[in-house]
Design a protein around this ligand. Structure first.
Ligand code: HEC
Length: 127
């Protein structure tokens, strides 16, 4: 009968540490599911499906770039999510709903971001 204490621990963890420690599923739910839906099916004509998407499962640079910079009706997440969070979400998306793609590494996100985690404007303002 270990199930209850374990669940309590998980719940306590999720409450105590919001985004940083959350797993891909909860990060996806909080940041992406409103548009792409919890099942990754999207909404035809408005939000593309991530389930079965070649873009999602292809070269990691593409989905990383899309999440960092957004496009059209999709917001940019570069100031909202850390490199680790973006990698965690994309790794969830890349193996969910029948998707099968290799994991991406958070350092790939760092590289595409320009090697910096903080807002680049902060550096510019210093001059
Ligand atoms: C406000 C709604 C909205 C939210 C929130 C959102 N997206 Fe999107 N997403 C879109 C739209 C609209 C597009 C299509 C953009 C275009 O190509 O014009 C898109 C496109 C994409 C694509 C490209 C899919 C393809 O096959 O072309 C990926 C990957 C993606 N989103 C991932 C994410 C992830 C991961 C999150 C959460 C971090 C997220 N999106 C949050 C609206 C959203």
């Amino acid at each position: 009968m270990r199930v209850v204490p374990v669940l309590a621990l998980v719940a306590a963890n999720l409450c105590a540490q919001p985004a940083a420690a959350a797993d891909g599923a909860s990060l996806y739910k909080d940041n992406c599911a409103a548009c792409h839906r919890p099942t990754g099916q999207g909404i035809p004509g408005a939000f593309p499906a991530l389930a079965g998407s070649k873009f999602v499962q292809g070269d990691p640079k593409e989905p990383i770039g899309r999440v960092l910079h957004g496009r059209g009706g999709m917001p940019s997440f570069q100031d909202e999510l850390t490199d680790l969070q973006i990698a965690t979400i994309l790794n969830y998306v890349r193996v969910s709903w029948g998707n099968k793609a290799k994991p991406i590494n958070p350092t790939q996100v760092t590289t595409l971001r320009g090697g910096r985690r903080e807002n680049p404007k902060a550096t510019l303002q210093a001059h």
